[in-house]
Each structure stands twice: as C-alpha cells, then as structure tokens.
Write a protein that binds this ligand. Structure first.
Ligand code: AMP
Length: 399
C-alpha cells in the first residue's frame, strides 16, 4: 500500500489529489487558484471535511507550501505528515518526440521537459515548476512525469506529417503531436473492460469532449490518429478554440491589421462555441439558449456535432473496423442531447444510438447503443489523475 500525490500544475492554478495504491482509492483532492494574483485561494475536500484558505499566493513555491499545510491540517487534513507520501506523479503537457511513455523524473527528464517548452510555452514551464517544488517538498522520493502527448507517439508518419515542406519538420519538429493522451488512454482501457474485449483486434474511437476537445482512433490499444495537432488548437470546435480552419484565413486577417497576439487571442480565446454562439463557452448555456429559440446557439451546436461526425467518419474509414465509440469529458459524460445529435447522423456507418439508454445512462458510465448496433457506443467517466497515480505506482514500485 502506498500513497501517491498527483500534481497537475497550470500557469495560475495547481490541482492535486492523493491516491492509495494499488487500491486506486482517492483519499482527497484540492485546488489552488489565482497563483500570482493579489489574492489566491486553496480549497481541499476529503472524507474528513473541507479546508479552504484565502491568502496571496505569489508563486508555485507558496502554492506547494499551502498544499502541504492543507494536506497535513490537524482537522481536515488528508495525511498525518508528508512522510506518508511514497511518490508523486505529475501531468506534463508536452514530451515532444522524446517520451512515448511515462518516466521516472531525473535531471535528464527535467532538461528535456525544459527543452520541449518551446513547443508548449504556456504549459511546460508551470509543469516544470510544479515538479521542482514537489522535489523541494518530498526530497528523494520517486517522481514520475506523465505526458499528454506520450500516448500519441505511436501515430504513423501518415497521420502526423503535415503537407508542408519536410525541412520544417526536420528543422523545427513541426508535426502533429496530439494531446489529452492520458484521458484517451484511460477511457480506451476502461472501454475494453466494459466491452469485455482485449486490446488486440479492437478499434475504438475515443471522443474527449470537454472545454478542450479531441478525438482519437485507438487500434490494438495504440493511438493511430488524433484530432489535435502541433498545438491543442487543431481539430474539433471547442469551448473557445476554433479547431480546424483554412490557414489562409490567418493570412487574410494579417493583411487587415491583425497582429500575432491578436490572432492568438482570436483563435484560442474568442472562437469556438463562444465565438459562434455569442452566448457562452459553456455547453449548458448554449443548449439552454438554443432551446429558447436562439438561432446562433442552435447553429453552433450543429457545427459542433457536424465536425465531430466528420472526424468519427474519417477515423472509421482508416480503421479496419470500428468496434466502439466512447464519449468522455464534461460534455461527453453529461450532455445527453449532444451525444444524441452526434450519433443521430452516423447510422450510415453502423452507429445506432438507443435514445432510452442514452437518457438512462445520463451522467454515468454505460452503454448507450441499440443491441443491434454494429458499433457499440459507450459513456466512460475519464480520470486523468487516477491514470497518473497508476503510472506513478507502477514505475516507482513495479507492477
Ligand atoms: P471539462 O473541460 O471536461 O471539465 O468539461 C467542461 C465542459 O463540460 C463545459 O463546456 C460544460 O458546459 C460541460 N458540461 C458540464 N456539465 C454539463 C451538462 N450537464 N450538460 C452539458 N454540458 C455540460
């Protein structure tokens, strides 16, 4: 039995959770928000109660100090002392072409994550800071890096090369990397358990539909194609991200006075469901507005589902046979109507939703396809933190 601390460090936030392994039991979790702002906050919940504190949190060092304080709090703490933690696992967004699997962190890994920061300037630096601060806190205890990109390192060149001069790949490593790999890996493996199948000879199309969204084709347990690319901007229409767009649109806008920073904000923060609906980036608000007759909101939902169907169709065409489509992420797990809208156009490729089962499964995990459907449709609750804890335990203490 070992307690594993899972850390997911963002630029201004830090999520953490403690798991008891190999039991896969969560002992509690917390969130530090608004790191770097005038006033920050830590909120932790566990069976022992809730712990919250509002205080200035200038940097991640202070954030980790608060995590230690909350974890070992006499009343609502999750641990008696930090010594109980056996190892820590970290979410790292980009592993470049260096990591196809999770790894024990050493000096070389720290250097590589730093080097790859060029490809993920908003994500890798805070991930690295989180690791260094955890080393300060836990000393020589094993720490593991779990990369969002690792699962997709099995993509063949046919799926990862862009149709641009090869020297751009050779010089700058411009290629499709894919993200959300930890979630796709987790739900694909859960789906195999649900379907009572082994990875061999099974093909799954995994749809992670959250504020960020991506679809992955998984063949024999390996990612063979995925919708996010060089950055997490490519692919599906997301909460505030455009997804696929003709690159000539950017040239057109540059000529009309848009700056590099302006385009970045436009495509990452003001586009997607927010930009299309003019209502919100939150699916619940858009669904409500559409029900009340808002045409732009309805059109946004139509674009959203159409893009997903296109990807599912494209991946089905490149897989030997699609055994299952899996829905996960905040929208995939919760939005019965979005699942119905997506599957509603896929009967032609053997995808038949059972509307009653879709309603009944609701926000739980379960199978929502008709019994006669050649392709099984499943809802799986993703859990990236648990996958990180599993990898950390396996690497630090052997399977
Ligand atoms: P995530 O990034 O996975 O946390 O997912 C966030 C997204 O899930 C947001 O766009 C939410 O609107 C969406 N979401 C959460 N609950 C529901 C729900 N009951 N119905 C529709 N969308 C939901």
């Amino acid at each position: 039995m070992a307690k594993i601390l899972v850390i997911n460090c963002g630029s201004s936030s830090l999520k953490y959770e403690v798991y008891e392994m190999p039991e896969k039991k969560s002992l509690g979790k917390g969130l530090v928000e608004r790191i770097g702002d005038a006033m920050g906050k830590i909120a932790q919940e566990s069976p022992k109660g809730e712990y919250t504190e509002e205080t200035p949190i200038p940097d991640h060092r202070k954030a980790m100090e608060l995590v230690r304080k909350a974890l070992t709090d006499g009343k609502a703490g999750i641990l008696g002392s930090m010594d109980e933690i056996a190892a820590a696992g970290h979410r790292v967004v980009h592993g470049g072409e260096y990591y196809a699997e999770s790894v024990i962190i050493d000096e070389k890994v720290l250097e590589t994550v730093d080097r790859v920061s060029e490809l993920a300037p908003l994500h890798n630096p805070p991930n690295l800071t989180g690791i260094k601060e955890t080393i300060n806190l836990l000393g020589k205890k094993p720490q593991v890096a779990v990369f969002d990109t690792a699962f997709h390192q099995t993509l063949p060149p046919a799926a990862y090369l862009y149709g641009i001069p090869r020297e751009l790949y050779e010089k700058y490593r411009i290629r499709r990397y894919g993200f959300h790999g930890t979630s796709h890996r987790y739900v694909a493996s859960q789906a195999l358990t649900m379907l009572k199948r082994s990875a061999e000879n099974t093909s799954i199309i995994s749809c992670h539909l959250g504020n960020g969204a991506s679809i992955t084709a998984v063949k024999n347990g390996k990612s063979v194609d995925t919708s996010m690319g060089f950055t997490p901007l490519e692919g599906l229409v997301m909460g505030t991200r455009s997804g696929d767009i003709d690159p000539a649109v950017l040239l057109f806008l540059l000529k009309r006075g848009y700056t590099e920073a302006g385009l970045d904000t436009l495509l990452n923060k003001k586009s997607g469901m927010l930009g299309l609906s003019g209502v919100s980036n939150d699916m619940r608000d858009i669904e409500k507005a559409a029900k009340e007759g808002d045409k732009n909101a309805q059109e946004a939902l139509d674009v959203y589902a159409c893009r997903i169907r296109k990807y599912i169709g494209a991946y089905a065409a490149n897989l030997p046979k699609t055994d299952a489509i899996v829905f996960t992420g905040g929208i995939g797990q919760n939005s019965v109507s979005t699942r119905a809208q997506i599957c509603g156009g896929l009967e032609g490729i053997g995808v038949f939703l059972d509307p009653k089962k879709n309603e009944e499964v609701g926000r739980k995990a379960g199978i929502i396809s008709a019994d006669y459907s050649p392709v099984t449709i499943a809802v799986i609750i993703t859990n990236e933190e648990l996958q990180i804890a599993i990898d950390t335990y396996d690497l630090a203490f052997g399977k």
